[in-house]
Design a protein around this ligand. Structure first.
Ligand SMILES: N[C@@H](CCC(=O)N[C@@H](CS)C(=O)NCC(=O)O)C(=O)O
Length: 139
């Protein structure tokens, strides 16, 4: 019975995949562009980060679209098709769940941020702080 249910969901995922990919590729409205100085600060803050994802996972697409909207380009690690990325996610983060943002730590111990809402909020904050560095000092 379990196998049947799993096969059913796999079939549903397969049928939905083209629509999900279309949604993923659909244009987004880009937020106002940053000054070169803010862009430089943002790039410094994003240094070494990567996003672990599945190509057709709705939470991942939502996150990737939010990144495009914010004009943030992060290296993507496909934890569905790339066994090494999957292993890194499981070993580093502790579980296979995507999206997950890998944030390098100065001490060499990475932080693994799960939950699309949290990832989007975290990156929005970095983008905001890059625009207004004084808010970072005040916080
Ligand atoms: N609440 C989470 C949900 C994430 C989620 O359910 N991701 C699914 C893929 S769509 C997952 O990682 N499943 C694990 C697996 O399929 O092994 C979020 O918003 O990020």
């Amino acid at each position: 019975m379990k196998t049947l249910i799993r096969a059913f969901f796999r079939l549903v995922r397969l049928l939905l995949a083209p629509f999900m990919l279309l949604w993923a590729a659909w244009p987004v409205r880009r937020e106002a562009s940053r000054s070169p100085e803010a862009e430089q600060r943002l790039q410094a803050a994003l240094e070494g980060m990567s996003l672990y994802h599945f190509p057709t996972c709705p939470f991942c697409i939502r996150t990737r679209r939010a990144l495009r909207r914010m004009g943030i380009d992060l290296p993507l690690r496909d934890a569905l098709h790339d066994p090494q990325a999957r292993e890194e996610l499981e070993q580093g983060g502790g579980r296979i769940q995507v999206p997950c943002l890998r944030i390098p730590d100065a001490n060499g111990k990475d932080r693994w941020l799960y939950e699309s809402d949290d990832i989007i909020a975290y990156l929005s904050r970095l983008a905001r702080e890059a625009e207004q560095p004084e808010t970072r000092k005040a916080a």
